[in-house]
Design a protein around this ligand. Structure first.
Ligand code: GLY
Ligand code: MN
Ligand code: MN
Length: 449
């Protein structure tokens, strides 16, 4: 697909009508469950910093974004009534302090009955008269913005919508592919900056420039970690100065297209062949896990299976001794790999619905001892998820093994060797298919090389 990230991209435009049909059908079911006639989906409002008159970056309601590629349109509403063209109440304030949204334009406009309003008071006239027949979906910091709708975010409707969002439409898959391609250009630029031995802050800048994102436009804060910083799972400090030496580089960074995110991690060695061998081993392991992704697989089994595979890597790398089951039971693998194997991916990086067993809201717990696993569902066609195994030297966790049966299973000398490299994580974004899968991330790297 053409690397056009705008809402003029004809390839995305060609898929959009069918996407809207799907979104509408979900809302039909949600309205039926909630016993209501209209859904009013609010984009949200910017939040002001405490005791200040500046706003935090605006983050649109993901339910609103699922209807239209409008990630930066505060104080706007979609009114959906089954069987009717959805109304888009498009807020274009009269404001000479800020850039105001331009006239509606893009492949999405003709699918809405667009009503441009210039003041909040004008919204009310475009809402269904009988507010009792409405449900509102969104975050209303000021209840007046709900215009008298009392049923805000009813659980039955929200559960249904969240469960459905686990499976992507063709339009969403196309946006997610583009988001992976966009991020890959940043990953290439970041690797070059690392090889030039630039500080983390400069590597981050090279990444943002390549993907053409400001910091708030990134789907999540970039993790740009040199050397031991790679062991901090959510390291976002961006050191301004160069380290004394360059050993390793872990980058976890994504991009977005119309609010759909990519979430990609790569790890590099700066010449140390033993560390490079360990990266290669983790890379092979990650590919093997990806090859098991298909319809019908229980993601919890993939996560536990990863621990067993990691145990073998730990033994081969002389970081531990013992059979895989024992290394799992004694907590050794969890000390090296303390996060989940991955999560659903979509409008939210950690997309909603990862624990849901069905659309009525029953949940599936993560396996005992693995509380950070964010996806526990059986995989369905066109789910998109991440596969992101890791291996880190996190002293806080490794020290907990001392005085337990695990202590003698760990090779503390090898941990000393690995500590300055921080850790390894390899993360791809993967679409689930019947007896198959599509690796959005590896495809994007292959297409770019
Ligand atoms: N970048 C956050 C994550 O990988 O889940
Ligand atoms: Mn990530
Ligand atoms: Mn992730």
């Amino acid at each position: 697909m053409d690397r056009d990230y705008t809402d003029k991209n004809p390839a995305l435009g060609a898929l959009y009508a069918s996407h809207l049909d799907d979104v509408a059908a979900r809302h039909d079911r949600a309205l039926e469950q909630a016993g209501a006639s209209h859904a009013v989906i609010y984009s949200g409002g910017p939040k002001v910093a405490f005791l200040d008159d500046y706003h935090h970056p605006f983050k649109a309601n993901p339910h609103f974004v699922s209807w239209a590629p409008l990630t930066n349109l505060p104080y706007s509403y979609i009114v959906y009534t089954p069987g009717e063209t959805p109304v888009l109440i498009y807020f274009q304030p009269q404001d000479y302090w800020h850039v105001v949204p331009g006239a509606p334009d893009g492949y999405w406009t003709r699918h809405f009955d667009v009503r441009v309003v210039h003041s909040i008071e004008d919204v009310a006239a475009h809402l269904p008269e009988n507010r009792e027949n409405c449900i509102a979906i969104g975050e209303f910091d000021d209840e007046e913005l709900a215009f008298g709708i009392e049923r805000v975010n009813p659980t039955t409707a929200i559960n249904m919508l969240h469960y459905a969002r686990g499976v992507k439409t063709e339009y969403e898959l196309a946006a997610l592919r583009l988001a992976s391609q966009r991020a890959v250009s940043g990953h290439h630029a970041a690797e070059v900056a690392f090889r030039q031995e630039l500080p983390e802050f400069e590597i981050h800048r090279a990444y943002c420039k390549a993907v053409s994102h400001t910091d708030p436009e990134l789907p999540y804060s970039n993790i740009v970690a040199l050397n031991a910083h790679g062991a901090v799972l959510h390291y976002t400090d961006l050191d301004r100065s160069k380290p004394d030496s360059f050993s390793s580089f872990l980058i976890d960074a994504g991009a977005q297209v119309h609010g759909y995110a990519s979430d990609i991690t790569r790890t590099y060695s700066d010449g140390d062949t033993r560390f490079q061998d360990l990266i290669d081993r983790m890379d092979a392991m990650q590919r093997e896990i990806v090859s098991k992704v298909e319809v019908g697989v229980d993601y919890r089994d993939l996560h536990i299976g990863t621990h067993k595979m990691l145990a073998e890597v730990l033994v081969d790398a002389e970081l531990a001794t013992g059979d895989p089951d024992m290394l799992l039971e004694t907590g050794v693998t969890s000390a090296f790999f303390p996060h989940g194997l991955g999560h659903l991916l979509g409008i939210q990086v950690h997309d909603v619905g990862g624990f849901m067993e069905n659309e009525s809201g029953t949940t599936i717990d993560p396996p005992s001892g693995h509380p950070f696993l964010r996806l526990t569902r059986v995989l369905e066609e066109n789910m998109v998820l991440t596969i992101e195994p890791g291996l880190y030297v996190i002293d806080m966790l490794l020290e907990n093994l001392r005085g337990t049966p695990a202590e003698k299973l760990v090779n503390w000398d090898t941990i000393e060797w690995l500590r300055p490299f921080g850790g390894i994580r390899i993360e791809d974004d993967v679409r689930v298919l019947v007896s198959d899968r599509e690796n959005l991330t590896r495809d994007a790297f292959a297409a770019a090389s």
